[in-house]
Design a binder for this molecule. Structure first.
Ligand code: PEP
Ligand code: MN
Length: 453
């Protein structure tokens, strides 16, 4: 193609993408100053992409393997990242937690584990109400650091478009550190395993000792054989977030110079949330025009027809790895709802990647006002996910969890037995409750036991 025809082709691709502008976009902030939003978008449009199209393609291939049952997806991170918590220590601890989980899952599944962070861009949040009232005062709801501030004052809660640009830069520095950690030796398998041995040496986690000992023997065996490869010392690590805030996503859509296709270069993988997955809505339209791997969350009211129509719109070619469904049904519903959904999609001949989010269907609020989740409910939904797939003969391809590397007290239970009283000790999430470091590892060991079956 000459550069002129290339330009014409990309102009028409952008025109198709911009069809989303005529549709309803739910969960967007009301910006007080549209000119300032346009200026922030224009500035973002001049910034370099955060990821490269080829990386997104590689992830799509990895996810295709997971959909065939030849790999397993581990996707996790904060419910809402914050600008303040984008520090070296906190980023390191989250990456470390995901790597520790991945080792255990790799052994359990005897398959490669695809590591995808909810990181480097997971800033915008859908809310159940546009406003929040405290002691008679009503202000706009907190929509995530990329939109407004958490402090309950009119100034802080006013949507501020300069946060779009800050969100980009915080994402860039987060991603830079992730790349350094995962390529620069920090992710060495033997070191990650040594951290896990620290976890199982705690008496509370004795039940996982034998699995850890098996992994230990496998590593010693490889060592004795002289296995030495980059695969032991480096790892692929991808980033993802909910593509909620279209004023942020749109200026980061770029043309891939190799193919002329559009990619949303804000992350490798983007997902559409349960609240914005309307077929005639802006989010579905928008993501239908970019080539990244895409996921859609499916809650308990999802029908086979919803799923099939999402497939037709987002993955009309039924390209392996293009579309992931992340089901979040709730422990009490998954066994009733999921098998029928899996069967309906299977019978239509479609093979999306099926992943479980065992967090978002299991929220509860304590009498003292904490939003929390029970570790046992999370595990129960996970088990229900594997059961449903066994029943339907489909492939349970991965897990999507909200977690942190810190010792927070946000979810109830786990081997430390966090109770309602303990929630007050260290509750830091500005949005949904996350598994802490130990609960995350415990979950990985339990899932590994399931995968070994
Ligand atoms: C989330 O992943 O933080 C979220 C809001 O999920 P869902 O869209 O499934 O409710
Ligand atoms: Mn959440």
């Amino acid at each position: 193609m000459t550069s002129q025809t290339h330009d014409t082709a990309s102009a028409s691709a952008f025109a198709e993408l911009d069809a989303y502008r005529a549709l309803e976009a739910k969960q967007q902030p009301s910006w007080p100053d549209p000119a300032a939003v346009a200026a922030a978008s224009a500035e973002l449009a001049t910034q370099p992409p955060l990821v490269f199209a080829g990386e997104a393609d590689q992830l799509r291939e990895r996810l295709a393997a997971a959909a065939r049952g030849e790999a397993f997806l581990l996707q996790g991170g904060d419910c809402a990242e914050t600008f303040e918590a984008a520090t070296a220590d906190k980023i390191r601890d989250r990456v470390k937690t995901l790597l520790q989980m991945a080792v255990v899952l790799t052994y359990g599944a005897s398959m490669p584990v695809i590591k995808v962070g909810r990181m480097a861009g997971q800033f915008a949040k859908p809310r159940s109400s546009d406003t929040e009232t405290r002691e008679g005062v009503t202000l706009p709801a907190f929509r995530g650091d990329i939109v407004n501030g958490y402090d309950f004052t009119p100034e802080s809660r006013t949507a501020d478009p300069s946060r779009l640009v800050r969100g980009y830069h915080v994402s860039a520095s987060t991603l830079n550190l992730i790349r350094a950690f995962t390529q620069g030796g920090f992710a060495d398998l033997r070191q990650v395993h040594a951290w896990n041995q620290g976890f199982v040496s705690n008496p509370a986690n004795q039940r996982y000792e034998s699995l850890a000992a098996e992994i230990d023997r496998a590593l010693k065996f490889m060592d004795a054989c002289g296995v030495e490869s980059a695969a032991l010392s480096q790892t692929e690590f991808y980033v993802s977030h909910e593509a909620l805030l279209l004023d942020y996503e749109r200026p980061l859509v770029r043309v891939d110079s190799r193919t002329g296709d559009l990619y949303d270069t804000s992350a490798h993988m983007l997902w559409i949330g349960e609240r914005t997955r309307q077929l005639d809505g802006a989010h579905v339209e928008f993501l239908s025009h970019v080539r990244n791997p895409i996921a859609v969350k499916l809650g308990p009211t999802s029908t086979v027809d919803d799923a099939l129509r999402l497939i037709d719109k987002l993955d009309p070619e039924r390209e392996p790895g293009r579309l992931t469904f992340v089901t979040r049904m709730g422990a009490g519903k998954i066994r009733d709802v999921l098998p029928g959904l899996l069967e309906g999609v299977r019978d239509a001949g479609a093979t999306p990647l099926w992943v479980t989010d065992p967090m978002h269907g299991n929220g509860l609020t304590t009498a003292t006002g904490y939003k929390t989740r029970r570790f046992d409910d999370v595990m129960d939904e996970l088990l229900g996910f594997f059961e449903a797939h066994r029943e339907a003969g489909t492939i349970p391809g991965g897990i999507h969890v909200e977690l942190t590397g810190d010792d927070v007290t946000e979810c109830l239970g786990g081997s430390e037995n966090i109770d309602e009283e303990a929630l007050a000790t260290r509750y830091e999430s500005l949005c949904d409750p996350r598994l802490n470091h130990r609960q995350s590892l415990e979950l990985a060991f339990l899932v590994a036991e399931e995968l070994k079956r």
